[in-house]
Design a binder for this molecule. Structure first.
Ligand SMILES: Cc1cc2nc3c(=O)[nH]c(=O)nc-3n(C[C@H](O)[C@H](O)[C@H](O)COP(=O)(O)O)c2cc1C
Length: 157
């Protein structure tokens, strides 16, 4: 018999690392609940577990920065989901944005956002952000399906 988690894992997603700067500290976690919401205004969302150590930092800070991971960054998906915050950023090339939030170098795309709305939903908090700044670079996106990392092979290739 399959679990609700098994069923949810059938939905193929990208993989992101979300960062924030709160109480003079950098915070980050791997996240695949990211999604786009609106073009005008540009809004995105993701959800942070209520049990996450960093929940307070993400829900109480004024914003967050989403790094869309590229295939070359696949090791970061695990690195930013385990260990201390200091370990996650160790040896990681970053750029600090005007907002003070950190962007990981080599990210496929990034969105620096101001929190527009916080919604409590079951065991997660949904954070909806208004995009202040964004950027893209060349590369292939990291995908996640059925708990396995991979990439999308275009059907018309
Ligand atoms: C691929 C992947 C996707 C994840 N997506 C989310 C997510 O969307 N929201 C969330 O709260 N945790 C997510 N996690 C789990 C967090 O990254 C993990 O619990 C992290 O340790 C939380 O950090 P903290 O407890 O130190 O705050 C994901 C983990 C992985 C490996």
């Amino acid at each position: 018999m399959s679990s609700i988690k098994d069923a949810m894992s059938c939905f193929t997603t990208g993989v992101t690392v979300v960062t924030t700067h709160f109480e003079n500290q950098d915070w980050a976690m791997t996240c695949n609940s990211f999604n786009t919401v609106s073009m005008d205004p540009a809004l995105v969302l993701w959800s942070v577990g209520k049990g996450a150590f960093s929940n307070r930092a993400f829900t109480q800070s004024s914003g967050f920065l989403v790094n869309i991971l590229s295939l070359e960054q696949r090791d970061l998906a695990i690195k930013f989901s385990t260990g201390s915050q200091a370990d996650r950023f160790k040896d990681e090339p970053i750029e600090r944005m005007k907002s003070q939030r950190t962007k990981l170098s080599l990210s496929l795309a990034w969105f620096d956002c101001e929190i527009e709305q916080r919604v409590s939903a079951g065991d997660h908090d949904i954070l909806i952000g208004r995009v202040l700044e964004f950027g893209t670079s060349n590369g292939v996106g990291l995908a996640l399906s059925k708990r396995q990392f991979g990439y999308i092979e275009p059907l018309n290739a």
